[in-house]
Design a protein around this ligand. Structure first.
Ligand SMILES: [Zn+2]
Length: 359
């Protein structure tokens, strides 16, 4: 181990380029998440001002930082592997139009397809196919706003056929591209109210998923909030036939709030501007028990100067918990605002940290 670490500018450059050649020369800690990484780590890019550089793992841990689960800074073999997988990520990003076979990608990482698939998922959090889809989807979102027609946008984003993109998008954004362009009008929403440890909630759902989940003081004000969120929708109380489903959702929410179900996998069908959807989608990738700053979110979606817009998209979230806007705090660690009250935000963050720490 070298005793000198390179100067800050060199370290920062290495982090930005995920330079595997610098692995072992230093580690970087992300103050907002409490995690430290190798320079080549494939996780999302941190902000410069939240970083601190360390000579070795021990000094990072003396500052109270935990080793990253992706790049495993204490495990020498994992470092080389993580660097090769980061390299494959960059390859996928720059080849969204190409047909990428698992075998070919695995070869780039010098791994068997089976092992590659598993390690990629462990390090990146998505399968290689999902990652390629996400890159394509990102291009498509941009194209949808700019392209003269839907099919131009679809072909421009590297999708071979129109029907395939409809299938994919339906499960990700909860909306078809046509609905997306039309602002999600004409949806039928049914609702029901229930009690949670954090207070009264109302769940509103279309036939495809939950489009509204909010805390409030009483049913009447929650129903009014639902109507103002979806002024164009046909809104009615949930039919008895959907009661078992509502009961199941409530049970999952209860378990989630009690720390027994970190992954709240409920169907989501929400509506927002392209920018809001992009922010909300990113919020869903923040792991249970972690937090991000508004500026980290802005950087992660590729719009580092849009910090205020990110904060406002968080404040406009109408699906509490499913889109975990409570995991976004100010850069200095202050909780900042929460649409449903700071006290609830504090309870949620503390509960998640305690649950994760206890495992
Ligand atoms: Zn890492």
């Amino acid at each position: 181990m070298n005793t000198e670490i390179p100067d800050d500018a060199v370290c920062w450059q290495a982090v930005q380029t995920r330079d595997a050649a610098m692995d072992g020369r230093f580690f970087y800690g992300v103050m907002t998440t409490g995690v430290y990484c190798r320079p080549s780590c494939a996780s999302r890019q941190p902000l410069r001002r939240n970083l601190r550089f360390y000579r070795d793992a021990a000094s990072a841990e003396r500052d109270g930082l935990r080793p990253c689960k992706r790049c495993k800074p204490r495990d020498p073999a994992a470092g080389a592997e993580a660097a090769r997988i980061a390299e494959v990520c960059r390859y996928i990003e720059t080849h969204v139009d190409a047909k990428l076979s698992l075998a070919a990608l695995a070869q780039r990482a010098h791994l068997s397809p089976f092992h590659f698939q598993r390690r990629f998922k462990a390090i990146v959090g998505l399968s290689p196919r999902e990652y390629a889809d996400a890159c394509r989807l990102k291009t498509l979102r941009r194209e949808l706003r700019a392209a003269p027609s839907l099919s131009d946008a679809i072909y421009g984003a590297g999708y071979g056929s129109g029907s395939r993109v409809y299938e994919r998008i339906d499960t990700r954004l909860g909306m078809t591209p046509a609905e997306y362009r039309a602002g999600g009008q004409g949806v039928a929403i049914s609702y029901a109210c229930g009690q949670t440890p954090l207070g009264q909630i109302l769940i509103g759902a279309s036939d495809r998923g939950i489009c509204f989940l909010q805390f409030g003081d009483d049913d009447a004000s929650l129903i009014a909030a639902l109507r103002s969120e979806y002024p164009q929708a046909r809104i009615a109380a949930m039919a008895p036939v959907r009661a078992p489903q509502f009961h199941d959702w409530m049970q999952r929410l209860g378990e989630h709030l009690a720390g027994r179900r970190p992954q709240l996998e409920l169907p989501l069908h929400t509506r927002g501007t392209a920018f809001q959807l992009e922010v909300w989608k990113y919020l869903q990738t923040i792991p249970y028990g972690e937090v991000r700053s508004y500026s980290e979110v802005a950087a992660a979606i590729g719009k580092p100067s849009a910090v205020r817009a990110v904060a406002s998209a968080c404040a406009r979230n109408h699906v509490a918990l499913l889109v975990p806007c409570h995991r976004v705090i100010r850069g200095d660690g202050a909780l900042s605002g929460y649409r449903w009250g700071l006290e609830r935000k504090r309870v949620l963050i503390d509960q998640e940290r305690a649950t994760r720490g206890g495992r």
